[in-house]
Design a protein around this ligand. Structure first.
Ligand SMILES: Cc1ncc(COP(=O)(O)O)c(C=O)c1O
Length: 390
């Protein structure tokens, strides 16, 4: 049950619009999952049927529907996006001393997973234009121990895949795509996750589709997805009970989570459409201010997981966040670059990522945001800059 699934025709009933929800005590939160579909109904089916663990029909249904949605051949569910990365790296057979190139500007899980797999993350700088990993710095960091590049499509924007795939081909490297933040993101018309040896997704509560906690491992390669499936299920033999041939894991997703995921997928197109609308409202509302929004490069589709901006001058980042909080608007800073965190600390400077990190803010981006909400956020940002002495 729940084995890697092949693509099949399946489309759930797509809801046309995302309904607005009442604000929580006046606060405009950074994120709130949209649960306006059949989530409750499907979860109740799990409870009524008693199939609440990782056996149950929703697991396989969710895997099939997900693979179909992103046009990938094989997908297998896991219990979060971090273990998805760990599983993918282990299934690639990394060995101690192997190096994996990782963007420094990412959520810490990307780099931690490399350590979990026994390898060493080597950090690279970002592009100022798109905030994604810089292929020129990747080239500089490739060495004799480099085994793979972990591409992270950050905040919903795709990485420059032509250049990165070119480097993998030139140096014989594996590629893992961390698509945790990139459900709905396209590069030259292809959904991200279809370029590397493996791709991983996260379904944490603030992701474009959620299962509460959850993740997916995707591959175009049958042998690789089978290896990942084997490891995620305690490396149990498919035809000999309680026979395990290597150290495996229990990284399985529950039927309840998969039930939520399937319901989420049925509304995914409407949610993605609404996120583009929200980004357009922000683009219009923030125009002309001393800041820049992470937008969309030609030939890419940004899924706008989190609408994000960098202020021109870093000295305004925290005061602006405080100003917004005082106006009941929740925001989030960009990630600290991993190479500055205590457990990864190096002496090197990765100037673009460091500068983006100290200037960056994620603004409210949840699917049920209304135009009035976005106008309020943009109005508060404007009033902050107006309040400054001229
Ligand atoms: C880029 C990135 N990678 C990995 C993860 C890990 O996913 P999870 O929180 O589901 O373990 C996240 C989660 O937020 C993420 O943003």
């Amino acid at each position: 049950m729940g084995k890697s699934s092949e693509r099949r025709e399946h489309r759930g009933a797509v809801q046309a619009t995302v309904a607005a929800e009442p604000a929580i005590s006046g606060l405009i939160p950074l994120y709130r999952p949209y649960l306006g579909g059949r989530e409750k109904e499907y979860v109740n089916q799990c409870i009524d049927s008693t199939w609440i663990s990782s056996r149950g029909t929703f697991v396989e249904r969710f895997e099939r529907a997900f693979a179909q949605q992103i046009d990938a051949p094989y997908a297998t569910t896991v219990c979060n996006g971090t273990v998805a990365l760990h599983l993918a790296l282990e299934a690639l057979g990394l060995e101690p001393g192997d190096e994996v190139i990782v963007p420094t500007l990412t959520y810490v899980a990307s780099a931690n997973a490399v350590v979990h797999a026994g390898a060493k993350p080597v950090f690279v700088d970002s592009l100022e234009s798109t905030w994604q990993m810089d292929p020129a710095d990747v080239r500089r960091k490739i060495g004799p121990r480099t085994k793979a590049i972990m591409v992270v499509h950050l905040y919903g924007h795709p990485c420059p895949m032509d250049e990165l795939l070119g480097l993998c081909a030139e140096f014989g490297l594996r590629m893992i795509e961390d698509c945790a933040e990139a459900f709905g993101t396209l590069y030259k018309g292809t959904h991200v996750g279809n370029f590397g040896d493996f791709a991983t997704f996260s379904f944490f509560g603030n992701k474009t589709i959620t299962t509460g906690e959850g993740g997916m491992v995707v591959s175009r390669n049958r042998e690789l997805i089978d290896a990942a499936y084997h490891l995620k299920t305690q490396a149990v033999s498919p035809d000999r009970e309680y026979w395990h041939d290597v150290v495996g894991y229990n990284y399985r997703m529950t039927n309840i989570c998969a039930a939520i995921g399937l319901a989420q997928l049925e509304n995914a197109s409407a949610v993605l459409k609404k996120k583009r609308q929200i980004a357009a409202w922000y683009r219009e509302g923030l125009h002309g201010l001393p800041l820049r929004m992470l937008d969309e490069e030609p030939e890419t589709t940004n899924s706008f997981w989190m609408c994000s901006l960098v202020v021109d001058d870093a000295c305004h980042r925290q005061p602006l966040r405080d100003w917004l909080m005082a106006a009941n608007i929740e925001t989030r800073p960009l990630f600290y670059p991993c190479h500055t965190l205590p457990h990864f600390k190096t002496d090197e400077t990765l100037p673009v990522a460091e500068s983006l990190s100290i200037r960056g803010i994620n603004v409210p981006s949840f699917p049920a945001l209304t135009q009035e909400n976005v106008i309020s956020v943009c109005g508060a940002v404007k009033s902050y800059f107006k309040s400054l002495p001229q």
